[in-house]
Design a protein around this ligand. Sequence first.
Ligand code: NAP
Length: 263
Amino acid sequence: MDLQLEGKRVLVTGASKGIGLAVVRAFLAEGATVVATARKSTPELAVTDAVFVPADLSTADGPATLVETVLARDPRLDVLVNNAGGGDERPEGMFADPFSGDDDLWSSVFALNLNAAVRTTRAALPALTQARGAVVNVSSSSARDPHTAPLPYAAAKAALNAFTRGLAEATGGAGVRINAVTPGATRTDLLVGPDGLAASMAANLGVDRSAVVAALPEQLGMVTGDLIDPSEIARAVVLLSSPAMPSAIGSNWAVHGGQLKSA
Ligand SMILES: NC(=O)c1ccc[n+]([C@@H]2O[C@H](COP(=O)([O-])OP(=O)(O)OC[C@H]3O[C@@H](n4cnc5c(N)ncnc54)[C@H](OP(=O)(O)O)[C@@H]3O)[C@@H](O)[C@H]2O)c1
């Protein structure tokens, strides 16, 4: 299948590892030109053909400055992937009391998981309109099942879903398609890394991180019995961004291994 992404220019946030890095690799494999951003690059990103531009997207000016830098190098932009997310690093993890987070915590989690996407999209929209391009926001199954993650994160992702659907309506007529991908539990540092959610669960339960990681698919109700590989989420992102999907507008594709039980 020709996804018509050859030569397209793509900006991927949260691109240094995990799902974002898989998205970078998937676009490069389609012949796209990729600008990758995170606060810091990694050896895994550095060996790809992506151009790295550093940015802290949880700051008020970070997203606009990033887009300005990207467009100053080349005014074309066909696809924006708002993937950067996470950021609730309380040691209690999923066991955190919903109200143990103060205003600063809620603000910082919303800054990264909602505001960064709003601000980056706002700055990129004129270029995306020119290109009749696409935006894919990376949400989370916890937006629909909020008990499976720290509450500020789940609430911010639910807001991201509303942003995705609402903006899609406003920009679809001008040819800019806005969609989301909702991953279930995916094998990345955010979930299984040394500072990830599984590690905090293990510390709270007094067991090894590896035991929690092994138990997660069943605990979360994944009928595959396995965590999702980031490359699978990346394939969904690439497909939704493709001009071969002109009617994918405001959709939210959940890739979750059976974890989400509602229709
Ligand atoms: N893994 C899962 O199970 C899962 C499930 C559902 C949804 N998701 C969502 O998928 C997306 C990717 O998550 P992941 O699992 O791949 O996480 P990850 O492995 O922790 O990667 C997160 C990426 O975001 C970047 N980032 C973090 N804070 C940033 C900031 N302030 N400014 C700019 N970049 C920042 C990180 O690089 P730096 O630290 O260098 O900035 C990194 O590149 C997130 O939106 C997450 O919420 C993940």
